[in-house]
Ligand binder design. Sequence first.
Ligand SMILES: Nc1ncnc2c1ncn2[C@@H]1O[C@H](COP(=O)(O)OP(=O)(O)OP(=O)(O)O)[C@@H](O)[C@H]1O
Ligand SMILES: [Mg+2]
Length: 366
Amino acid sequence: MTTIRLEAVSKYFNNTLAVDTIDLILADGTLTVLVGPSGCGKTTLLRMIAGLEEPTTGNIYIGDRLVNDVPTWERNTAMVFQSYALYPHMTVYQNMAFPLEAQKLRKDAIRQRILPVAEALGIAHLLDRKPRQLSGGQMQRVALGRAIVRRPDVFLLDEPLSNLDATLRIETRAELKRLQRDLAVTTVYVTHDQEEALTLADMLVVMRSGRPEQIGTPHEVYQSPRTTFVGRFIGNPPMNMLACHYIPAQRCLELTTCCLPIPPQFMAALAATNPPHSLVLGFRPEALRLHWQQPNTAYVFPATVYVLEPLGRETLITLNIGDERVKAIGAPDTLATAGVQVWLTVEPSALHLFDGESSVALQKTS
Ligand SMILES: Nc1ncnc2c1ncn2[C@@H]1O[C@H](COP(=O)(O)OP(=O)(O)OP(=O)(O)O)[C@@H](O)[C@H]1O
Ligand SMILES: [Mg+2]
């Protein structure tokens, strides 16, 4: 059992609060992704789990063991950093074999471990080369392979695919996910790339300024962002957001260009005493439909097409609603052109509402 448990873990560097009172349980055998913008504390949190930084406050458990005072080499974690730290005088094979020789594994057992992992990571043809004969992306995969063959209790991976080109990154990501599933080693994966986070995670921890802003499955976080920050950070293009006001007398949301009826899922939240007046209306680009004539529905925004960006499979359409910009996804052969007046409709169930002051999502009822 290798559950990782963090209890009120904080880290100060002098006066900088890098990680702020985090409570987190990472289930045995799962892949947890820490995702967030630069400087939000991802690496610091990972290094504390590895034992490379000491928490200022709080406790870290690996399995049932409190590891605050356990040195790195006794935690049985394997960490892959952005910088790969390979031994320059050894071949790729020797680099991967090194931790296994230290474990006193037999030569043929070492070979049996290394070959399938090297195959999966696309480095099997490089086993006789020295690190200086490799590209950055190849070195990164060797470092990853060396961690995987060790079969530690925990993998700690810090942006391990950052040096790969786009195609290789997507391929390696899939292989890595499959390897993690097969080995069922508890894994913490750090990235600032929201797409990588969504594709890999069993559980996603969206971090901001040292704190988890939301913890959930990728589906939960994407479908129900807890704050405007999460709505914008997770999803590409980000969730569209429009400022609006709640007008209780008319039971409607007033935007600069139109009024919308209250979506049914927010009736209860807005019927509470002192509902927020200033709100943010959120909707994903893919939730919008374009119409050339005004459709007969209450959930409609008049808009003007600003620019079209063909992406092959679809067209990204940027539109103006009054002074505000939104993005929609159109067909590859959309008839929209810049400057044209259109109407955008959205299903009320696809609408999100956030408190304009706190940025926190209003409670939904079904
Ligand atoms: N050794 C250190 N000494 C002082 N401040 C540090 C140290 N390490 C990190 N910090 C600060 O702590 C905060 C969190 O840094 P951290 O490296 O954990 O961020 P990150 O989320 O990994 O960012 P990135 O995506 O850029 O790698 C930042 O403000 C950073 O400047
Ligand atoms: Mg980092």
